[in-house]
Ligand binder design. Sequence first.
Ligand code: BTN
Length: 264
Amino acid sequence: MNAPILLNEQQIRHYLQQIGFNKAIDIHVFSELDSTNRWLKEASLSANLAICCAEKQTQGRGRFNRQWLSPYAENIYFSARWPWHNGLSQLSGLSLVISLALLACLRDQDINELIEIKWPNDLLWKSKKLAGILIEVNPQSIPQIIVGIGLNVNTDTQQQPLTDKPWCSLYEMTGQQFDRNRLIAGLVARCEEYFKQFAIHGFSLFQSAWQQVDFLKGQFVSVDLHGNLLQGIASGVNHLGELLVRDKLDQLHALSAGEASLTR
Ligand code: BTN
Protein backbone atom coordinates (compact mmCIF):
# COMPACT_ATOMS: atom_id res chain seq x y z
CA MET A 1 0.00 0.00 0.00
CA ASN A 2 1.23 3.55 -0.80
CA ALA A 3 2.28 5.90 2.02
CA PRO A 4 -0.92 7.62 3.16
CA ILE A 5 -1.63 11.25 2.27
CA LEU A 6 -2.01 12.85 5.68
CA LEU A 7 -4.73 15.27 6.72
CA ASN A 8 -3.73 18.86 6.06
CA GLU A 9 -5.63 22.08 6.65
CA GLN A 10 -4.21 23.82 3.56
CA GLN A 11 -5.17 20.88 1.37
CA ILE A 12 -8.72 20.89 2.76
CA ARG A 13 -8.92 24.65 2.04
CA HIS A 14 -7.55 24.09 -1.46
CA TYR A 15 -10.27 21.53 -2.25
CA LEU A 16 -12.94 23.74 -0.65
CA GLN A 17 -11.90 26.56 -2.96
CA GLN A 18 -11.92 24.19 -5.93
CA ILE A 19 -15.58 23.32 -5.31
CA GLY A 20 -16.52 26.98 -4.79
CA PHE A 21 -17.08 26.88 -1.04
CA ASN A 22 -16.26 30.31 0.29
CA LYS A 23 -17.92 30.58 3.68
CA ALA A 24 -15.64 31.41 6.65
CA ILE A 25 -14.63 28.20 8.38
CA ASP A 26 -12.33 27.23 11.26
CA ILE A 27 -10.49 23.99 10.51
CA HIS A 28 -8.76 22.05 13.29
CA VAL A 29 -6.62 19.07 12.29
CA PHE A 30 -5.04 16.78 14.89
CA SER A 31 -2.82 13.79 14.64
CA GLU A 32 -4.48 12.24 17.70
CA LEU A 33 -7.52 13.07 19.80
CA ASP A 34 -9.71 11.15 22.17
CA SER A 35 -12.79 12.07 20.13
CA THR A 36 -13.39 14.81 17.55
CA ASN A 37 -16.95 15.19 18.84
CA ARG A 38 -15.75 15.64 22.41
CA TRP A 39 -13.13 18.20 21.32
CA LEU A 40 -15.50 20.28 19.24
CA LYS A 41 -18.17 20.17 21.94
CA GLU A 42 -15.82 21.62 24.54
CA ALA A 43 -13.72 24.02 22.42
CA SER A 44 -14.39 27.74 22.78
CA LEU A 45 -14.44 28.99 19.23
CA SER A 46 -15.43 31.93 17.08
CA ALA A 47 -18.95 32.12 15.64
CA ASN A 48 -17.74 30.64 12.33
CA LEU A 49 -18.60 27.22 11.10
CA ALA A 50 -15.99 24.95 12.73
CA ILE A 51 -14.75 21.49 11.83
CA CYS A 52 -12.33 19.16 13.47
CA CYS A 53 -10.71 15.99 12.19
CA ALA A 54 -8.03 13.64 13.47
CA GLU A 55 -5.74 10.97 12.06
CA LYS A 56 -6.61 8.77 15.00
CA GLN A 57 -9.08 8.72 17.90
CA THR A 58 -8.31 6.94 21.15
CA GLN A 59 -11.90 7.07 22.41
CA GLY A 60 -13.97 7.37 19.26
CA ARG A 61 -17.61 7.05 20.26
CA GLY A 62 -20.64 5.80 18.40
CA ARG A 63 -24.34 5.72 19.15
CA PHE A 64 -25.40 3.90 22.33
CA ASN A 65 -21.93 4.71 23.72
CA ARG A 66 -20.30 2.10 21.51
CA GLN A 67 -16.64 2.30 20.61
CA TRP A 68 -15.77 3.61 17.12
CA LEU A 69 -12.57 1.99 15.86
CA SER A 70 -10.25 4.76 14.65
CA PRO A 71 -6.90 3.49 13.29
CA TYR A 72 -4.22 6.05 12.31
CA ALA A 73 -4.28 7.78 8.89
CA GLU A 74 -6.76 5.41 7.26
CA ASN A 75 -10.25 6.78 7.66
CA ILE A 76 -12.22 9.93 8.34
CA TYR A 77 -13.06 10.96 11.88
CA PHE A 78 -14.75 14.27 11.38
CA SER A 79 -16.96 16.61 13.39
CA ALA A 80 -18.62 19.87 12.43
CA ARG A 81 -20.40 22.43 14.57
CA TRP A 82 -23.26 24.77 13.71
CA PRO A 83 -25.36 27.11 15.83
CA TRP A 84 -29.07 26.18 15.90
CA HIS A 85 -31.60 28.97 16.06
CA ASN A 86 -34.85 27.03 15.66
CA GLY A 87 -35.70 25.30 18.93
CA LEU A 88 -34.61 21.81 19.86
CA SER A 89 -37.93 20.18 18.99
CA GLN A 90 -37.22 20.96 15.34
CA LEU A 91 -34.09 18.83 15.18
CA SER A 92 -36.08 15.69 14.41
CA GLY A 93 -34.70 14.01 11.30
CA LEU A 94 -31.39 15.90 11.20
CA SER A 95 -29.29 12.75 11.50
CA LEU A 96 -31.12 11.22 8.51
CA VAL A 97 -30.46 14.40 6.52
CA ILE A 98 -26.75 14.23 7.34
CA SER A 99 -26.67 10.61 6.12
CA LEU A 100 -28.04 11.90 2.78
CA ALA A 101 -25.38 14.66 2.72
CA LEU A 102 -22.70 12.02 3.24
CA LEU A 103 -24.13 9.89 0.45
CA ALA A 104 -24.24 12.94 -1.87
CA CYS A 105 -20.58 13.62 -1.06
CA LEU A 106 -19.67 10.04 -2.07
CA ARG A 107 -21.67 10.38 -5.31
CA ASP A 108 -19.74 13.63 -6.01
CA GLN A 109 -16.57 11.50 -5.98
CA ASP A 110 -18.05 9.15 -8.58
CA ILE A 111 -18.66 6.40 -6.07
CA ASN A 112 -21.71 4.86 -7.63
CA GLU A 113 -22.02 1.51 -5.89
CA LEU A 114 -25.35 0.67 -4.28
CA ILE A 115 -25.15 2.26 -0.83
CA GLU A 116 -28.21 2.12 1.41
CA ILE A 117 -29.07 3.82 4.68
CA LYS A 118 -30.18 1.84 7.68
CA TRP A 119 -32.44 3.96 9.86
CA PRO A 120 -31.59 6.35 11.25
CA ASN A 121 -28.22 7.05 9.64
CA ASP A 122 -25.86 4.11 9.02
CA LEU A 123 -24.47 3.89 5.49
CA LEU A 124 -24.28 0.25 4.37
CA TRP A 125 -22.81 -1.47 1.36
CA LYS A 126 -23.74 -5.13 0.87
CA SER A 127 -25.26 -4.98 4.38
CA LYS A 128 -21.86 -3.98 5.84
CA LYS A 129 -21.34 -0.72 7.69
CA LEU A 130 -19.43 1.93 5.77
CA ALA A 131 -20.14 4.99 7.92
CA GLY A 132 -21.92 6.12 11.06
CA ILE A 133 -23.11 9.45 12.39
CA LEU A 134 -23.35 10.73 15.95
CA ILE A 135 -25.19 13.99 16.60
CA GLU A 136 -24.86 15.82 19.89
CA VAL A 137 -26.23 19.11 21.17
CA ASN A 138 -24.40 21.67 23.31
CA PRO A 139 -27.21 23.28 25.28
CA GLN A 140 -26.15 26.95 25.37
CA SER A 141 -28.29 30.06 24.94
CA ILE A 142 -27.87 29.44 21.22
CA PRO A 143 -27.51 25.63 21.09
CA GLN A 144 -24.59 24.23 19.09
CA ILE A 145 -25.12 21.11 17.02
CA ILE A 146 -22.15 18.77 16.80
CA VAL A 147 -22.30 16.41 13.83
CA GLY A 148 -19.77 13.57 14.07
CA ILE A 149 -19.07 11.36 11.06
CA GLY A 150 -16.95 8.23 10.95
CA LEU A 151 -16.33 7.07 7.37
CA ASN A 152 -14.23 3.99 6.62
CA VAL A 153 -12.05 5.08 3.72
CA ASN A 154 -8.71 3.36 3.09
CA THR A 155 -8.72 0.53 5.63
CA ASP A 156 -7.90 -2.82 4.08
CA THR A 157 -10.72 -4.80 5.65
CA GLN A 158 -8.89 -8.10 4.91
CA GLN A 159 -6.07 -7.07 7.28
CA GLN A 160 -8.16 -5.76 10.17
CA PRO A 161 -9.40 -7.90 13.06
CA LEU A 162 -13.06 -8.84 12.81
CA THR A 163 -15.51 -6.89 14.92
CA ASP A 164 -18.83 -8.30 16.06
CA LYS A 165 -20.62 -6.40 13.26
CA PRO A 166 -19.80 -6.60 9.54
CA TRP A 167 -18.18 -3.44 8.17
CA CYS A 168 -16.48 -2.27 4.98
CA SER A 169 -14.47 0.63 3.54
CA LEU A 170 -14.42 2.66 0.32
CA TYR A 171 -11.20 0.79 -0.51
CA GLU A 172 -12.94 -2.59 -0.21
CA MET A 173 -15.82 -1.25 -2.29
CA THR A 174 -13.83 0.30 -5.15
CA GLY A 175 -10.25 -1.07 -4.94
CA GLN A 176 -9.06 2.58 -4.80
CA GLN A 177 -7.34 4.68 -2.14
CA PHE A 178 -8.90 8.11 -1.54
CA ASP A 179 -7.41 11.47 -0.54
CA ARG A 180 -9.23 12.19 2.72
CA ASN A 181 -8.59 15.95 2.42
CA ARG A 182 -10.66 16.04 -0.76
CA LEU A 183 -13.39 13.93 0.83
CA ILE A 184 -13.51 16.18 3.89
CA ALA A 185 -13.88 19.29 1.72
CA GLY A 186 -16.76 17.59 -0.10
CA LEU A 187 -18.32 16.60 3.22
CA VAL A 188 -18.15 20.16 4.53
CA ALA A 189 -19.84 21.54 1.42
CA ARG A 190 -22.62 18.94 1.32
CA CYS A 191 -23.27 19.03 5.09
CA GLU A 192 -23.47 22.84 5.02
CA GLU A 193 -25.88 22.75 2.07
CA TYR A 194 -28.12 20.06 3.59
CA PHE A 195 -27.98 21.57 7.08
CA LYS A 196 -29.16 24.96 5.74
CA GLN A 197 -32.02 23.36 3.80
CA PHE A 198 -33.01 21.33 6.85
CA ALA A 199 -33.07 24.48 9.03
CA ILE A 200 -35.57 26.05 6.60
CA HIS A 201 -37.75 23.11 5.56
CA GLY A 202 -37.25 20.38 8.16
CA PHE A 203 -37.05 16.69 7.27
CA SER A 204 -40.10 16.68 5.00
CA LEU A 205 -38.00 18.10 2.13
CA PHE A 206 -35.77 15.01 2.32
CA GLN A 207 -38.36 12.33 3.11
CA SER A 208 -38.74 10.94 -0.39
CA ALA A 209 -34.97 11.00 -1.16
CA TRP A 210 -34.32 9.14 2.08
CA GLN A 211 -36.97 6.51 1.32
CA GLN A 212 -35.24 5.71 -1.98
CA VAL A 213 -32.19 4.40 -0.14
CA ASP A 214 -34.00 2.86 2.84
CA PHE A 215 -32.26 -0.43 3.71
CA LEU A 216 -35.00 -1.65 6.07
CA LYS A 217 -38.03 -0.95 3.89
CA GLY A 218 -40.35 -3.96 3.72
CA GLN A 219 -38.16 -6.04 6.04
CA PHE A 220 -39.33 -7.75 9.21
CA VAL A 221 -37.56 -5.91 12.03
CA SER A 222 -37.21 -5.98 15.81
CA VAL A 223 -36.75 -2.73 17.68
CA ASP A 224 -35.67 -2.58 21.29
CA LEU A 225 -37.70 0.16 22.99
CA HIS A 226 -36.15 0.51 26.43
CA GLY A 227 -36.47 -3.20 27.12
CA ASN A 228 -39.73 -3.76 25.21
CA LEU A 229 -39.38 -5.50 21.88
CA LEU A 230 -41.47 -4.26 18.97
CA GLN A 231 -41.60 -6.47 15.91
CA GLY A 232 -43.15 -5.77 12.55
CA ILE A 233 -42.59 -4.68 8.98
CA ALA A 234 -40.45 -1.57 8.45
CA SER A 235 -42.60 0.79 6.40
CA GLY A 236 -40.46 3.82 5.63
CA VAL A 237 -40.23 7.06 7.61
CA ASN A 238 -42.70 9.86 8.29
CA HIS A 239 -42.20 13.63 7.77
CA LEU A 240 -40.20 13.80 11.05
CA GLY A 241 -37.83 11.02 10.07
CA GLU A 242 -39.38 8.57 12.53
CA LEU A 243 -39.24 4.89 11.58
CA LEU A 244 -42.66 3.42 10.79
CA VAL A 245 -43.20 -0.18 11.86
CA ARG A 246 -46.44 -2.05 11.18
CA ASP A 247 -47.05 -4.77 13.78
CA LYS A 248 -48.98 -8.01 13.32
CA LEU A 249 -52.20 -6.34 14.52
CA ASP A 250 -51.76 -3.88 11.61
CA GLN A 251 -51.00 -0.99 13.96
CA LEU A 252 -48.48 1.55 12.73
CA HIS A 253 -45.84 2.70 15.24
CA ALA A 254 -43.64 5.78 14.69
CA LEU A 255 -40.29 5.42 16.44
CA SER A 256 -38.01 8.37 17.11
CA ALA A 257 -35.17 6.44 18.75
CA GLY A 258 -33.87 2.92 19.16
CA GLU A 259 -32.01 0.39 17.09
CA ALA A 260 -33.74 -1.75 14.52
CA SER A 261 -32.35 -5.13 13.56
CA LEU A 262 -33.49 -7.47 10.84
CA THR A 263 -35.38 -10.48 12.14
CA ARG A 264 -34.59 -13.65 10.21
C1 BTN B 1 -22.35 5.21 15.04
O1 BTN B 1 -22.55 4.63 13.98
O2 BTN B 1 -22.59 4.66 16.12
C2 BTN B 1 -21.82 6.62 15.00
C3 BTN B 1 -20.33 6.67 14.85
C4 BTN B 1 -19.78 8.07 14.85
C5 BTN B 1 -18.27 8.07 14.88
C6 BTN B 1 -17.71 9.45 14.66
S1 BTN B 1 -15.99 9.45 14.32
C7 BTN B 1 -15.94 11.17 14.48
C8 BTN B 1 -16.83 11.54 15.66
N1 BTN B 1 -16.09 11.44 16.90
C9 BTN B 1 -16.56 10.48 17.68
O3 BTN B 1 -16.10 10.17 18.79
N2 BTN B 1 -17.59 9.87 17.10
C10 BTN B 1 -17.90 10.45 15.80
